[in-house]
Design a protein around this ligand. Structure first.
Ligand SMILES: [Zn+2]
Length: 441
């Protein structure tokens, strides 16, 4: 289902992203043959773009970041097999959207061409007829319903702030409640994900609400999330216990005493909230069987490893290896899932840090960085995003508003090594400049 959906997207929605500086689209050119209609956008700099299709009516949406349109768009020939018309709009003041209205559903291919022979930067979009009527069955176009927050070509990251409402979670010595800390970190993570090209957050709870553990899983599955991250900051009987750990689901029970203790605690939350387990126990039972043979848990582990490695740069680790436990919230059959214990709220120093907005931000950044790293190693087919490519290539193209220190933080490298690696003598950077990111981690 989730994978099938991704493959469907792959087929229908080729997504190619290229980073570039703020730029002007100087115009569009159209040409058509019996096989295809071609739209070429000419620009002064590389176009950072995203292309997806929508149906009902059929259209292709081309989003261009940091771009504006000079002049007007051409009108297609009435005889054109694919195109009805082109229109444009401005999004968030800085971004350009060009919509190609279609006569019928089309396959879309796109590629970019660098300047050559007097030509500027070009984004080429080919519209091809869908498989012919007699031939293969046309794949249904995924409908974007009002209930779905997923956008075509984007990865949906479910962010689950642990506990909430009647269930405060663990409580620190100073009275810090886990449910407040988890929500604060989750919101910061969601804001980062929102800014990340090709990703979109789904908050499982976005207020002080009680949400049952099964409901959390169901919400993520309903929206077809690609990754599920549950955020916690638990207590332990020993108040010297400290540091972060990351859990994935185990089949055979917890892999350590602490993990088992925590698993019991988390599972108990359903009772605290007063909700009976009724709707989906059967589903979950069969799901567990399926999981023994599918790759979800492997992906969960890879993603969890990457996040754990990044958390090590923010603070101590409680466990250096990914832990496994029977957390109910991790039991999605088809969504790689992890539970991040950011720290122990029962440890006096960690309680203080957990209350600190700057530390919460660092935790959120570390989690996102791990997610990005995981996706660079295991990209869903066809959904390689610009940032994932960048992370994989260890290079960063400067965008408006970027600063050297932010870039260093984002890639978890020191400012000085970033400077020396790129031979920078000052902190002045310019939009469009490409920085090499030192070392892999
Ligand atoms: Zn918790």
């Amino acid at each position: 289902m989730n994978r099938a959906f991704i493959f469907l997207l792959l087929w229908l929605v080729p997504v190619i992203c290229v980073w570039g500086a703020q730029t002007t689209v100087e115009g569009a050119r159209l040409s058509s043959t019996a096989e295809k209609t071609r739209v070429v956008l000419d620009a002064r700099a590389p176009l950072e773009h995203r292309i997806f299709t929508l149906s009902d009516p059929d259209r292709v949406v081309v989003d261009l970041a940091n771009a504006r349109l000079a002049g007007s768009l051409p009108k297609p020939d009435g005889a054109d097999a694919m195109l009805v018309g082109l229109r444009s709009g401005v999004r968030d003041q800085h971004h350009l959207r060009i919509v190609l209205d279609l006569k019928r559903g089309a396959r879309v291919k796109s590629f970019v061409l660098p300047p050559e022979a007097g030509r500027s930067h070009r984004l080429v979009i080919d519209l091809l007829p869908n498989a012919d009527a007699k031939g293969r069955i046309q794949a249904p176009v995924p409908r974007l319903t009002a209930a779905s927050v997923r956008r075509a070509g984007e990865l949906l990251i479910a962010i689950d702030a642990g506990h909430g409402g009647a269930d405060p979670g663990a409580i620190g010595r100073r009275g810090t409640r886990e449910k407040d800390v988890t929500l604060a970190i989750a919101r910061k993570l969601a804001a980062l994900v929102e800014r990340e090209p090709g990703m979109r957050p789904l908050m499982i709870r976005d207020g002080d609400d009680y949400v049952g553990l099964r409901q959390r899983v169901e919400k993520a599955r309903k929206h077809r999330a690609d990754l599920f991250i549950s955020i916690h900051a638990d207590a332990f009987t020993n108040d010297r216990a400290h540091g972060a750990s990351v859990f994935t689901l185990s089949f055979n029970g917890a892999s350590s005493e602490a993990a088992r203790w925590l698993a019991d605690r988390e599972n108990r939350a359903d009772l605290i909230g007063g909700h009976a387990l009724r709707t989906s126990d059967d589903v979950l039972a069969s799901v567990l069987l399926d999981m023994t043979q599918n790759a979800t848990i492997e992906h969960s582990t890879e993603a969890a490893k990457a996040v754990l490695a990044r958390l090590a740069s923010v603070g101590d680790l409680h466990q250096r290896e990914v832990q496994r436990a029977g957390f109910a919230v991790l039991k999605s059959p088809d969504i790689p899932s992890m539970l991040v214990e950011t720290a122990f709220i029962s440890h006096p120093d960690e309680e203080l840090r957990l209350r600190d907005a700057a530390h919460q931000q660092r935790l959120a950044e570390a989690i996102l960085s791990g997610v990005r790293h995981y996706l660079s190693k295991y990209p869903p087919p066809g959904l390689l995003t610009a940032s994932v490519r960048e992370a994989a290539a260890r290079r960063h193209v400067i965008h408006p508003g970027d600063t050297l220190s932010e870039i260093a933080a984002r890639y978890h490298v020191s400012l000085s090594s970033l400077r020396s690696h790129n031979g920078l003598t000052t902190d002045t950077i310019r939009v469009g400049q490409v920085l090499a990111i030192p070392g892999d981690s």
